[in-house]
Design a protein around this ligand. Structure first.
Ligand code: AMP
Ligand code: ZN
Ligand code: FE
Ligand code: FE
Length: 279
């Protein structure tokens, strides 16, 4: 039976409450679901309670944006509990970095003639992890952009006119902190890192040596050939082959829980492989 190990609720930049994510997972007949909001664990309790009622296995998670030798990588950390630990202790710092950066982005937008206020941005954010997608929502509400993608394309994407860097952990810090918190890390959507083939080989083997647990193999934007290739890479390095939809509700149109764009199947053995990498 399929699972989905990558979803976002309105605790970060998804648009559905955590309990709705679980309801959708149940109606897709998934046996396990992970919630992986950006830089926050605040949706986990609601999701776990709903999963218990629905009879679905729940895997707590969080998605981190990390730096590795100048490359920006998203990393999923699983089995990180909201009750505390070394990784958990870093999350307030990461969110403070977001707040600082949001102010800087708004300054850039004002300089570009779009004086969006932080209150306008907060109208679109329900949780404590506020970011570029909520700024995009505020630009859409002003009629400045037609949707989130349009706002990213025009202003907010990496290297765009309103883009500003933010505080990040390094990949090895994220791996170490997650392991000492009892968790497992997975490189999210590796296709977005933008390396050449030798670069990917180096990245996967370097991080596997430092305690990485898995690679996100099954992902909507990965072709069947790429999924097969990444599955072989994961096996050869002794890493878990995981996957998920990266569901964001209406924040990312066309993506459904469990099935992604219609052809996603994340096998439940992914969860066993993840569990096998717990410290
Ligand atoms: P932030 O975490 O504030 O840096 O914002 C990054 C998040 O914005 C990503 O994790 C995606 O959820 C979302 N995002 C990135 N690029 C786009 C895009 N082109 N269109 C819509 N959403 C995007
Ligand atoms: Zn997101
Ligand atoms: Fe991501
Ligand atoms: Fe994500």
């Amino acid at each position: 039976m399929p699972v989905d190990l990558h979803t976002h609720s309105n605790a970060s930049d998804g648009t559905d409450p955590p309990a709705e994510i679980i309801r959708l997972a149940a109606s897709a007949d998934l046996t396990a679901i992970a919630l992986t909001d950006h830089d926050t664990l605040s949706g986990l309790d609601e999701a776990r309670t709903a999963a218990r009622t629905a009879g679905i296995d729940f895997i707590p998670g969080v998605e981190l944006s990390v730096d590795h030798t100048g490359h920006k990588i998203h990393m999923l950390a699983y089995y990180v509990e909201p009750t505390g630990g070394p990784l958990q202790d870093q999350l307030p710092w990461l969110r403070a970095g977001r707040d600082e950066r949001n102010e800087q982005i708004l300054q850039r937008l004002a300089d570009l003639g779009h004086p969006v206020t932080i209150d306008e941005v907060r109208e679109h954010a329900h949780g404590e992890a506020v970011g570029r997608p909520h700024i995009a929502d505020a630009l859409v509400a002003r009629g400045e952009s037609v949707d989130r993608s349009d706002a990213f394309r025009k202003y907010l994407a990496d290297g765009g006119p309103a883009y500003v860097e933010r505080a990040r952990l390094t990949a090895t810090e994220a791996i170490d902190l997650t392991r000492s918190s009892g968790g497992v890390t997975v490189i999210a959507h590796p296709s977005t890192i933008g390396l050449d083939a030798p670069g990917y080989n180096r990245l996967f083997s370097e991080l596997a040596e430092t305690g990485l647990g898995g690679i996100e193999v099954f992902y909507p934007e990965h072709s069947p050939e790429l999924r097969a290739h990444l599955a072989r890479v994961a096996t050869s390095l002794g890493l878990a082959a995981t996957g998920g939809s990266d569901y964001h509700g209406t924040g990312k149109p066309g993506i459904s829980i469990g099935t992604g764009r219609g052809d996603l199947v994340v096998p439940d053995i992914s969860v066993d492989e993840l569990l096998a990498h717990r410290p």
